[in-house]
Design a protein around this ligand. Structure first.
Ligand SMILES: [Zn+2]
Length: 140
């Protein structure tokens, strides 16, 4: 199996790198939503967010914050940002090597983010509590 991100990490494919350490790398998306759209990804190949180690997850977000600060300090237009991670093809994950997107946003950029779908059922509090409990009991 050929993973484009693994190839980029091994320098077998070109990328515009922003950051690298022993756990993660960051480089520009070649199909950016806006200028400065960055991927932050663990060096280790892993498709699923839930299979990343706790250390990888912590570090991924720590580095993402560092990079967003750097974007904001640069002259790249960035009035706000979206950080998102698509986990699984159904959620729009296109590269099966887990990665976090950092996308600079600014007024009038034309990009839409929002909830295009919502569960049509409006639940009473006791039903919401039941759903919360279904999740809570599995938190390790
Ligand atoms: Zn990979």
């Amino acid at each position: 199996m050929t993973c484009i991100f693994c190839q980029i990490i091994k320098r077998e494919q070109p990328a515009s790198f922003i950051y690298e350490d022993n756990l993660v790398v960051a480089f520009l998306d070649v199909f950016p939503i806006n200028k400065g759209h960055v991927f932050v990804t663990p060096k280790r190949h892993e498709a699923k967010f839930c299979n990343l180690t706790e250390e990888e997850v912590q570090h991924l977000f720590k580095v993402a914050q560092k990079i967003l600060k750097a974007i904001q300090a640069s002259d790249i237009k960035c009035e706000g940002a979206n950080l998102f991670l698509s986990d699984g093809p159904i959620a729009g994950q296109e590269v099966m090597h887990s990665h976090l997107h950092i996308t600079p946003r600014f007024k009038g950029d034309g990009h839409q983010v929002g909830f295009s779908h919502s569960d049509p059922d409006v639940y009473p509090r006791n039903r919401l509590d039941q759903i919360a409990n279904k999740i809570k009991k599995h938190i390790l």
